[in-house]
Design a protein around this ligand. Structure first.
Ligand code: GLP
Length: 260
C-alpha cells in the first residue's frame, strides 16, 4: 500500500485528481469507479474545475458506482445514482449511458446483482476505484463480517452505518435497511484502488485497515491483499498509523503515487 499523508483534505484531493487526470490521459476510454459520501467531494470539485477549464474529458469514459440503496429509485434525492449525478457526472461530458449503477428498485434484486457483475465484466473491469471508508471499516457497503471474496450482492446495513448516513436523508427512519453493493472481491478486481479518508472519525478505521490484521471485521483491511492501493489521508485520519513517520519519509524520498 502507498500511504500518502497530506496536511489538508485539499492536498489529498489534488493527489486523486492527478491520478484521474493521468488515467484519462493514458486511456480516454477508461472505467472509473466512483464512490459517494463526503470523502470524495473535494476531489470531485477539483475534477469539475479541471473539466471546466477543458483540461480533461470523459467523453469516452465509463463511470461505475459501488453501491445503491434498496427500495429508493434512481431519481430519489438520496439515491447514490442521483447523488453522483448531482455532485459530478451531470456536469461532466460523460455520456449518460456510460454511468452504471445497481438498481435498488429492480423487481428481481438477485438478478440485478448478477446483471451488475456482468456489466463490470463487459466493461473490462475498473481502472481506478475511488473509495471512502466507513467508521466501522466498511468499503462500499460491505459491513463487518462480509466475505473477503464476496461479489455484488444484497447486504443489511448495521445500526452504526444507518446512523452515519442519516445526514443524507430528511429523517433517520428513512435510511433503508438494505443495499446492493459490489462485494469485496469485486472491489479487489479494480486495477488501482484509491482510498480517501479525512478527519479524526476515520483515524481508527484507517489504522485497522492499513496496519491491522486482514479480517472480515474490518472489510477495508482486505485492501492489503491488493497489489496497487493508494491510501490518501489527512493528518487527523493518520493519527492511529504507527508507521506514519516512515510513510512520510518514503513519500518525501520518492512520491510514488505521482508515477501512476
Ligand atoms: C457510505 C458509502 C461508502 C462511503 C462511506 C463513507 O456508507 N456506502 O461508499 O465510503 O459511507 O462515507 P463518508 O465519505 O461520507 O464518510
Amino acid at each position: 500500500m502507498e500511504i500518502v499523508i497530506v496536511e489538508t483534505e485539499t492536498s489529498g484531493a489534488e493527489v486523486l485528481t492527478g491520478i484521474v487526470r493521468r488515467l484519462l490521459g493514458s486511456k480516454p476510454a477508461c472505467v472509473l469507479g466512483l464512490a459517494t459520501g463526503t470523502s470524495p467531494r473535494s476531489s470531485y470539485r477539483l475534477i469539475l474545475d479541471a473539466r471546466r477549464r477543458g483540461e480533461l474529458s470523459f467523453a469516452k469514459a465509463h463511470a461505475v458506482l459501488l453501491d445503491e440503496y434498496v427500495g429508493i429509485g434512481p431519481d430519489h434525492s438520496s439515491s447514490y445514482r442521483r447523488t453522483i449525478r448531482t455532485e459530478l457526472t451531470d456536469s461532466l461530458d460523460l455520456p449518460s449511458a456510460n454511468l452504471h449503477s445497481p438498481d435498488g428498485t429492480a423487481p428481481d434484486l438477485l438478478a440485478e446483482c448478477a446483471r451488475y457483475e456482468a456489466t463490470l465484466a463487459r466493461l473490462g473491469g475498473v481502472d481506478v476505484q475511488i473509495l471512502g471508508i466507513g467508521t466501522d471499516g466498511h468499503i462500499g457497503f460491505n459491513e463487518p463480517s462480509s466475505s473477503l471474496r464476496s461479489r455484488t450482492r444484497l447486504k443489511t446495513l448495521t445500526k452504526q452505518t444507518r446512523a452515519d448516513n442519516a445526514r443524507f436523508f430528511s429523517d433517520a427512519d428513512e435510511v433503508p435497511n438494505h443495499v446492493i453493493t459490489q462485494g469485496i472481491g469485486t472491489i479487489l478486481d479494480a486495477r488501482h484502488v484509491v482510498l480517501l479518508a479525512w478527519g479524526e472519525s476515520k483515524a481508527l478505521p484507517v489504522g485497522r485497515a492499513v496496519e491491522g490484521p486482514v479480517t472480515a471485521m474490518c472489510p477495508a483491511s482486505a485492501l492489503q491483499l491488493h497489489p496497487h492501493v493508494t491510501v490518501v489521508v489527512d493528518l487527523a485520519a493518520a493519527a492511529h498509523l504507527e508507521l506514519a513517520d516512515y510513510y512520510r519519509e518514503i513519500a518525501a524520498d520518492k512520491p510514488v503515487w505521482q508515477q501512476h
